[in-house]
Ligand binder design. Sequence first.
Ligand SMILES: Nc1nc2c(c(=O)[nH]1)N[C@H]1C(S)=C(S)[C@@H](COP(=O)(O)OP(=O)(O)OC[C@H]3O[C@@H](n4cnc5c(=O)[nH]c(N)nc54)[C@H](O)[C@@H]3O)O[C@H]1N2
Ligand SMILES: Nc1nc2c(c(=O)[nH]1)N[C@H]1C(S)=C(S)[C@@H](COP(=O)(O)OP(=O)(O)OC[C@H]3O[C@@H](n4cnc5c(=O)[nH]c(N)nc54)[C@H](O)[C@@H]3O)O[C@H]1N2
Ligand code: SF4
Ligand SMILES: [Mo]
Length: 895
Amino acid sequence: MTAFTNTKTVKTTCPYCGVGCGVLATPRPDGSVDIKGDPEHPANFGRLCSKGSSLGETLSLDDRILHPQIGGKQADWPAALDLVAETFSKAIRDHGPDSVAFYVSGQILTEDYYVANKLMKGFIGSANIDTNSRLCMASSVAGHRRAFGSDTVPGTYEDLESCDLLVLVGSNLAWCHPVLFQRVEAAKAENPHMRVVVVDPRETATCAIADLHLALKPDTDVALFNGLLAFLADTDALDRSYIEMHTNGFEAALAAAGPCEINRIADETGLTPHDLATFYTMVARTPKTVTVYSQGVNQSVNGTDKVNAIINTHLATGRIGCPGMGPFSATGQPNAMGGREVGGLANMLAAHMAIENPDHRAIVQSFWNSPVIAERQGLKAVDMFEAVGDGRIKAIWIMSTNPVDSLPDADGVASALEACPFVVVSDVSHAVDTVAYADVLLPAAAWGEKDGTVTNSERRVSRQTPFQLPPGDARPDWWQICEVARRMGIKHAFDYDGPSAIFREHAGLSGYRNEGARDFDISAYSDLSRSEFDTMQPFQWPQKEGEGRKTTRFFAAGGFYTADRKASFVAVTQTVPAVLGRRYPFVLNTGRIRDQWHTMTRTGKTPRLSSHIAEPFAELHPEDAAATGIAAADLVEVKSPHGSAIVRAQVSERARKGSVFVPMHWTDQFASKGRVDAVVGSEVDPVSGQPGSKFTPVSLQKLSCDWYGFAVLREKPADLQTCYWALAPAHGGWRLELAGKSEDDITGLVQSLIGKDAELLSFEDASLGLQRVAGWVGDTLAGVFFFGPEPVSVSRQWACELLAAPATTREDRLAVLAGRPPADMPDKGAIVCSCFQVGCHEIAAAAEQGATTVKAVGACLKAGTNCGSCRSEIQSILDQSFKETSDEAQIARAG
Ligand SMILES: Nc1nc2c(c(=O)[nH]1)N[C@H]1C(S)=C(S)[C@@H](COP(=O)(O)OP(=O)(O)OC[C@H]3O[C@@H](n4cnc5c(=O)[nH]c(N)nc54)[C@H](O)[C@@H]3O)O[C@H]1N2
Ligand SMILES: Nc1nc2c(c(=O)[nH]1)N[C@H]1C(S)=C(S)[C@@H](COP(=O)(O)OP(=O)(O)OC[C@H]3O[C@@H](n4cnc5c(=O)[nH]c(N)nc54)[C@H](O)[C@@H]3O)O[C@H]1N2
Ligand code: SF4
Ligand SMILES: [Mo]
């Protein structure tokens, strides 16, 4: 960490989710950075979630890539850039423009994205640029374009607050868009009429505010919303004049939806007729309805149809573009929207123009003054890596994404990169699985060093502003691309003096020959000076040159971006979800947890965020657990024809029977075999090309080991060889879960974990078969290791806190070996509130002592009073303890 001389507070934007919260970052003279929510930012009004508020803890340089590398050896920038430019140019000369590819990310800034897309589509002349947004937003993009003629999100965050009915489909808003969730939570507390419905196969933290949870069968959303469309028609809830004036295709969509036969729909969706009728009636009676959708919708082989089935119901009721009404796609990454605006997908052109439209191609080529323009779609992510694997792609540049962990059939992706003649990776961290495949590794500037813009889910463009210099030789992504373009012999088109110049050009293109024909227009910013760029306030598009700020919702009075300006209903039908066979009888569902971001390259660095959930897990239903002989805390192998992962069993009624949920986050950096995408299949939606990451048939099998262990260690362990391990940072050290076979050399393992120089003390609890070994160097605990023939039930939280306590006396040391907290220091249980490190047992105890609300728990324990990300879990613990109390009361009464 470098000391700061300039400690001015900088206004910037959080680099994690698509809520796009404003952040105030203040570097401190000691090298730390103070992080606060920006009270003036219209996305968060000062709030930050657990991830955002921990940003200051992720800035350490220990894993940073500081210099370019060629073939694993340090190189200088000119050598690395020359090699990239020469190799790409040669492949293009020898094999044509389609022999090269860029695979980029919704986590680069708009300016980075703009130049990457310009280079590939306008100067190389291929559309082989795709992005991790293919895994994320592609079905929403395709659904929007089918319905609206453009990729437009019609509404704003305020609509989620001002509606009377919020339907959350395939969205775990509480964990994935926490600040937006908090805004909804506050609005619901204010508005007693507001209702929330959650449509998700499993019971998530978001259900804490749900009036109705529809735990539907996986991938049956089309049947659910087709039924709703038919119900709206049957109950006279349609807006006939909106349908007439502003849409086409209603009758065909209604016919495709079929009759509203509640029993049939109940059968298809696995919901009860009563719940279906309740939901349909709620929607029919509530004009101010907003439907939010996210990955449970997009990441599906019928994701685009799901999007259109939802949009159909809004068009049919004219509930779109008005305050408190509309379909709303919650975008995942901080700049998923910016990437769509610059046309970073292989099937798009810049500024929301269409690659298949010759007029659009002419507009873009003329504006860029470019020698060529890509004439047809390029390879979409899954196809792109297939082409890498079979040799069609000779050179690929991967920027700000970790495909070896995040693409489906991830082992196949790794083999493809292994086989590829030339792989360039731009990243910030060495602790990234994809980095191992780089022929050329380029050090990128990270958050806090980068300069440019991002667009959030409600079309709001905000600045990411640097508050420190990039370390070592790290340089921004836009600079890397422009340098390579120049070295490929392209004159002038990439001569920018900084991000503000790129942003100006991007804004200029959005208005160029637009005349209201295209939704994306920010031409008001096309002559912004550098200093104006630096002080630019967050704004929502459109912002057309010469027009003042207008309302920023779309489509209340039609005006769609189709030839006749009318929206299209899309006739969609429910496809039959994949059949589960005898060998793979469970549906693998994957997604996110509250405190980790994607492949953990940043959030995985902080003990605070790792204290919530420290190990990869499989959440499964008690009946499935019983049927497969798996108990809570067992290790489970989750297997498909593509590959397997080993994770910890979490048995819960919240799971849907027949489904198993595994988080997407764990990589080879943090676990022996936690990469769930090695298991996920690569079937894609035929329209959007987005993989169905929420539905892979799998088998579950208990992994029997001879011993199981848990260790708390001062030093990071290296080269772990046991058949299972999972590592996470703890305050002052590391925590490690282990399991192995009888032939393992435990003595050697203890030495390597705790250190040869430590003074060891050991104890065997014969009654439990539990062994405990601890070691000290001076008064400092070097490590403690608990192991036995069964998964060890030592309190993890208590054990982690031992790292902070000096042990001077023999009693102190024996207390460590006791394996449990002393009676005067009760076990906190698993951490729920990561800000104040409050555990579930503490919350349950507070509930027993009369804290009946989340607020009351906050008043006595502080839990939930800082970032608020844990409030829905606190609510669940309260619900659970009231349920237990009332069950007990009932039993007592019955007795
Ligand atoms: N903490 C955290 N927040 C994040 C991220 C992160 O990594 N960590 N990533 C960000 C990104 S890039 C994204 S894209 C968003 C994703 O945000 P979300 O989409 O909210 O998150 P997921 O957990 O991927 O999936 C949402 C839910 O879809 C459900 N689901 C599965 N199958 C179906 C189905 O067939 N129908 C329905 N209706 N639901 C289904 C899953 O059970 C899951 O609860 O989160 C963003 N925010
Ligand atoms: N099974 C399953 N798989 C999924 C999903 C799922 O729900 N289930 N979700 C999918 C979705 S929605 C998404 S968005 C993807 C996300 O998947 P990825 O994009 O692969 O995940 P990240 O960990 O965010 O990877 C970002 C990488 O960029 C690096 N980085 C950070 N900042 C910068 C920068 O400024 N410049 C450069 N050059 N590098 C930087 C980070 O160190 C990291 O290696 O995963 C997808 N995969
Ligand atoms: S909700 Fe959290 S992760 Fe998302 S932008 Fe805001 S602070 Fe960042
Ligand atoms: Mo995403």
